[in-house]
Design a protein. Sequence first.
Length: 247
Amino acid sequence: MNNQQLLRYSRQIMLPEVGIEGQEVLLGSTMLLIGMGGLGAPTALYLAAAGVGHLIIADFDTVELSNLQRQIIHHTDDIGKLKVDSAKQKMQAINPTIKITSVSDLDENNLAKWVGLSDIVLDGTDNFDTRFKINQACVTLKKPLVSAAVIRFEGQLSVFKGYETDQPCYQCLYSKEGDSEENCTNNGILAPVAGMLGTMQALQATKVVLNLGEQLLGKLMIIDVLDLTFRSVKISKDANCPVCQSS
């Protein structure tokens, strides 16, 4: 690291659990962020600021007025722009020293390519079909998956390594019969809930890459902001899971 990098990341480097070695790990890592919406917005900003060396951001959508209530990476002047273009601009403004790759055509035909280029995948999408496909690719290619979801006043967060013999995958938690109508568009969301879970998603990804502390492996954290309760539910590997039991 040069002197400017040492200064930029000094508050992380001074942590004994991170140090120069840990910061260099972050600078040498590649993370794939799928979805530049309510979750992806704070996640992208924090990971860019923290010095993740290569961030691949994927989203096919454009910025709409209704997004601005919670998708804080996008501004009013960005309405009509591709979300990846809007997000990349803000991320570069925070940290011009890292590499940012924007992908607006992510689909099942090239998903494996982008997952394969990454050290870890962060899923910030809002439908079960996409989440299942991301999970399948992560299990097949043996990549850790940090999955978050928000709706109304609630959030969920977990880390999956379904390719390991004793660890569940996302599909061990949810079957293919997940409710595709359960999303923010149809049910609403209180804006800071997305920021809260997106920030925690960035934190979990950083902890996995740096192997810090306790991670949400085999556990689902459920947050209810109305009651301000946090509870953790154990997730067991499904002996009949068609994804991770056949990997």
